[in-house]
Design a protein around this ligand. Structure first.
Ligand SMILES: Cc1ncc(COP(=O)(O)O)c(C=O)c1O
Length: 462
C-alpha cells in the first residue's frame, strides 16, 4: 500500500482520536495526571522515545510474570517485556532471589567480584563466538566498544552497516545519514548498504579499508530476506577474505533466537558479538564477547594486544554486581533451549491468530517476525495466503511501511490498551510467562480493535 497522503493522514488521525481518546482518557486518569506533570520535567514526558504515545502512554507501577499494572490499577498483558530483556517474564523468582541476596552484600563493590567471573563463564559457555568477554552498562556501549576494538585491531576506519538496522543511540553506528547533534564529519566514517545485497558488501570491502561490518541480527527487515543464513554466511566469507571484523549485534537476538543467539540459530560465527538485554536478566548491562586476539586489545599486557595500543575502558557500572547476579541466574535458565522454544511458540500462536483475524475480516496486512518477536503490519496490500498463515516468516515491505502510519499505530495501540494488552509500537515480544490464555485474549482484543478500525474506515478492505 502507498502511504496515505498528508491530508488523508490528518483525517485518519482525527478518526483515530474520536475512536478511542475519550474512553482511553476516562479509563486512565492517574496516567494522565502523571503525564501532565512529567511533561514539565522530561521532554514530552517520557524517558525513552519508544515509550512516547498519543494522547499519553500508561504509567506502570508494578509487574509480575506476563502482566503489568498501571497507576489506575488496570492490568495489561505485557508485550514490551522490558524492551526484550525479560524472556523469563517479569520478576522470575530465581532472578529476584539472586538479586536480593546480592543487594544485602552491596550494590557496587568497586572491585573484581566472583559474580562477574561466573557471568563471563556463562557467556563463554553459551555464545559460540565468545572466547573472552568484557562487560558494559548497555547495548549502546557494547556497540561503541566493539567498533572501537575493530578499528584498533585492523588499523582501519570505515564501519559498514545496513540501512534501517538499529545499534543504539551512540555516535558510532548511527546509520550514516547524520542527524541533529551528529557532526557532519562523522558521515564519512560509515558506509550504509542495503541489507541482503552481498554484491554491495563485496564492493564495499574489496579495497580492504573497512574495519568492520556490523549487522543487527534481529532486525525486522531481515525476516523478509529469503535466506538470512545464506546472507550471514556470505558476510562471514567476504569479511574473512578481506580481513574485516564481522560484528553481530545480538543485543536483541542474544539468548532469544537460541541459547547461543542468532549465531547458533543461523550457524555462522562472527568475530565479535554485542550483547545486552537478556544478558543481564532485566537489569542494566551489556558486553562485547568474541575472539581473544581482538577483545584483548583492552589488555594491559602488550603481548596479549599483539603489539597494538591499549584501548581505554573505564565505566562506573561495568559488571555491576546486581546486574551480574541477575545475569548469571538468567543465563543459567536460558541455556535450556526449552525457554526459547516456549517463548517462540507463544509468538507463533500470536502471529497465526492475528493473521486469521485479518483474513476473516478481510483486512490487508499480516503479522510476521522471527522466533519470539511479532510485528503487526496493517494496511499492506497482500493478505498472506492460507498456507502462509502458519509460516513463521511471512513479510511484506509494503505492509511494514503502512504500520508507520501514525493514525493506524495510535488506534491499534489504544484499542489494545483498552482491551488490557500493551504492544510495543505495533510489535509484541513474548516470554515464557505468556500463557495460551494470554495469547487467546490478545488475539480476541486484536479482533475487536481491528474490526472497530475497519468500521470507521481506518483500515481499507482488501
Ligand atoms: C540491536 C540493538 N543494538 C543496540 C541496542 C542498544 O542497547 P541499549 O538500549 O541497551 O543501549 C539496542 C536497543 O534496543 C538494539 O535493539
Amino acid at each position: 500500500m502507498v502511504l496515505r497522503r498528508e491530508t488523508e493522514q490528518q483525517q485518519a488521525a482525527a478518526v483515530a482520536e474520536q475512536l478511542y481518546d475519550a474512553a482511553y482518557i476516562a479509563a486512565h486518569p492517574g496516567s494522565l495526571e502523571h503525564f501532565e506533570t512529567a511533561k514539565e520535567k522530561f521532554p514530552s514526558g517520557v524517558t525513552h522515545d519508544g515509550r512516547f504515545a498519543e494522547p499519553f502512554n500508561i504509567v506502570a507501577t508494578r509487574a509480575s510474570g506476563a502482566y503489568k499494572w498501571d497507576v489506575d490499577d488496570n492490568r495489561y498483558i505485557d508485550y514490551v517485556t522490558g524492551h526484550g530483556s525479560l524472556i523469563l517474564g517479569h520478576n522470575h523468582p530465581q532472578v529476584i532471589d539472586a538479586v536480593a541476596e546480592q543487594l544485602q552484600k552491596g550494590t557496587h563493590l568497586g572491585a573484581n567480584h566472583p559474580l562477574e567471573l561466573a557471568w563471563a563463564e556463562k557467556v563463554v559457555e553459551i555464545v559460540p563466538s565468545a572466547e573472552v568477554v568484557r562487560f558494559h552498562s548497555s547495548g549502546t556501549e557494547a556497540v561503541m566498544m566493539a567498533v572501537r576494538m575493530a578499528r584498533n585491531y585492523t588499523g582501519r576506519t570505515t564501519l559498514v552497516q545496513f540501512a534501517g538496522h538499529f545499534h543504539g543511540w551512540g555516535d558510532t553506528a548511527f546509520g550514516g545519514a547524520g542527524g541533529p547533534g551528529l557532526p557532519a564529519a562523522l558521515r564519512g566514517l560509515t558506509a550504509v548498504l542495503p541489507c541482503g545485497d552481498l554484491d554491495a558488501v563485496e564492493a564495499a570491502l574489496e579495497d580492504e579499508t573497512a574495519a568492520a561490518v556490523i549487522i543487527e541480527t534481529s532486525h525486522p527487515d531481515f525476516f523478509t530476506l529469503p535466506d538470512p543464513a545464506a546472507f550471514m554466511q556470505g558476510l562471514r566469507d567476504i569479511t574473512e577474505r578481506t580481513g574485516t571484523v564481522l560484528i553481530f549485534d545480538e543485543v536483541v537476538s542474544g539468548f532469544r533466537w537460541a541459547p547461543g543467539g542468532a549465531q547458533e540459530y543461523y550457524g555462522v560465527t562472527p568475530d565479535l558479538t554485542t550483547l545486552a538485554k537478556i544478558l543481564a536478566g532485566g537489569l542494566p548491562g551489556g558486553a562485547v564477547a568474541g575472539r581473544a586476539d581482538i577483545v584483548n586489545t583492552l589488555s594491559f599486557d602488550p603481548q596479549a594486544r599483539g603489539g597494538r595500543a591499549k584501548i581505554l575502558h573505564p565505566g562506573t557500572f561495568n559488571a555491576n554486581p546486581l546486574s551480574a547476579a541477575a545475569g548469571v541466574t538468567c543465563l543459567e535458565l536460558v541455556a535450556d533451549p526449552a525457554v526459547q522454544e516456549k517463548a517462540t511458540a507463544a509468538a507463533a500462536a500470536l502471529r497465526v491468530g492475528i493473521n486469521r483475524v485479518l483474513r476473516d475480516l478481510e483486512i490487508p496486512g499480516c503479522a510476521y517476525g522471527a522466533v519470539s518477536m511479532v510485528r503487526i503490519a496493517l494496511g499492506g496490500e497482500d493478505l498472506p495466503p492460507e498456507e502462509d498463515l502458519l509460516r513463521p516468516l511471512p513479510g511484506s515491505p509494503d505492509g511494514r511501511e503502512a504500520t508507520d502510519d501514525p493514525a493506524l499505530r495510535r488506534a491499534l495501540n489504544l484499542g489494545m490498551l483498552m482491551g488490557g494488552v500493551q504492544l510495543f509500537n505495533a510489535r509484541a515480544i513474548t516470554s515464557i510467562a505468556h500463557s495460551d490464555e494470554d495469547i487467546a485474549h490478545t488475539v480476541a482484543t486484536f479482533a475487536e480493535t481491528a474490526e472497530k478500525m475497519k468500521g470507521v474506515g481506518l483500515l481499507p478492505a482488501s
